[in-house]
Design a protein around this ligand. Structure first.
Ligand code: BTN
Length: 330
């Protein structure tokens, strides 16, 4: 735990009561100046910490930021997110985790951000990442599997997100749009970008980067995303703590991921099938410059989409699916 996390822990344990700065210095083995410096940094991060008369501090309110100190008490995971690093602003959390991976970080580390200045989406698109409203995070995974198995991992992450969002907002029905979007009411609430480094026969690491629209309102959305994107708040009329949303996703993800590592993708197909946004629908698949129209006919055991076309059923491994038979507005 970092010094600021220890300070927060001490303040939380006091349950709104005062903690003297002397007690904190003794507990943490640091100077008063160091405590004061950390308190100032926490305040800058959105914590309302009151200085009390006898040189003590009191936690008044905590922000909803996915700061490690907010997320850790909510985790039920063994590994994923136990090392959780928060950045108020970063370029891209995928890029941050890739740097940690190359430096030898262990599986399970999570980087979450309050805002991204170069948030990346699939197919070199930009991911809209305004400050303070949404959740942006990436995880480092080092599964001992062949690279071919990786194609189904975005769907495992998607299932975790869909289940977590359904837990938090039971009035919504989050569905998985192959290969890695989560929709509520046909609009995108979450996107997943999985990046992998592999050798011919083994995966070095996979980084699923997840962006969830949490407290965004329609007014916050740029014109071009209105009508296509939504958020938990837009769908429910309620605000959500981003720390709670992050912990809920990690808690859902870890057991699914462990099963995927041990038993493969097939045992998860049933659960994914019940949340398949495309099954039975006519879709237009965009692959590079090519468009193929067909009916989505479920997900196969290797993570491919089964597409029934006029020429017969084909497995599809990549591309962008748009609901409908021509318009590319999906
Ligand atoms: C997509 O739908 O195109 C995928 C979007 C993925 C966005 C997330 S936000 C956290 C992580 N960091 C990034 O730069 N991208 C992913």
């Amino acid at each position: 735990m970092t010094t600021s996390e220890q300070i927060l822990e001490a303040l939380r344990q006091a349950a709104g009561g005062e903690v003297s700065s002397r007690a904190m210095c003794e507990r943490l083995g640091v100077s008063r100046a160091a405590v004061w410096q950390q308190i100032e940094a926490l305040r800058a991060g959105g914590y309302a910490i009151e200085a009390c008369s006898r040189r003590g501090y009191r936690l008044v309110t905590a922000p909803d930021t996915p700061h490690a100190a907010e997320v850790a008490p909510l985790l039920t995971t063994r590994l994923i997110g136990r090392d959780c690093r928060y950045r108020a602003e970063t370029g891209s959390t995928n890029r941050d985790v890739a740097a940690l991976a190359l430096a030898g970080a262990e599986e399970g580390v999570v980087v979450a951000a309050g805002a991204q200045t170069s948030g990346r989406g699939r197919m070199t698109r930009v991911w809209f990442s305004p400050p303070g409203l949404n959740l942006y995070f990436s995880m480092l995974l080092r599964p001992a599997v062949e690279p071919g198995r990786a194609a189904s991992l975005p769907l495992v992450a998607g299932l975790a997100v869909a289940e977590a969002l359904a837990d938090l907002a039971p009035e919504t029905v989050p569905l998985i749009k192959w290969p890695n979007d989560i929709l509520i009411g046909e609009k995108k609430v979450c996107g997943i970008l999985c990046e992998m480094q592999a050798e011919t026969d083994c995966v070095c690491h996979i980084i699923p980067g997840i962006g969830v629209n949490v407290n965004l309102t329609v007014a916050d959305l740029p014109e071009e995303l209105r009508g296509r994107a939504t958020s938990l708040r837009i769908e429910t009329g309620r605000s959500f703590s981003r720390a709670v949303v992050l912990a809920a996703i990690l808690n859902r993800f870890e057991p699914l991921y462990e099963r995927w590592c041990a038993e493969g993708f097939e045992p998860l197909l049933g659960a994914i099938g019940t949340r398949d946004a495309l099954r039975g629908r006519t879709i237009t698949l965009e692959q590079g410059g090519r468009r193929v129209v067909g009916v989505a006919d479920g997900i196969l055991s290797d993570g491919a989409l089964r597409l029934a076309t006029e020429q017969g059923a084909v497995p599809v491994y990549s591309g962008e699916a748009h609901i409908g038979n021509g318009g590319l507005g999906g």
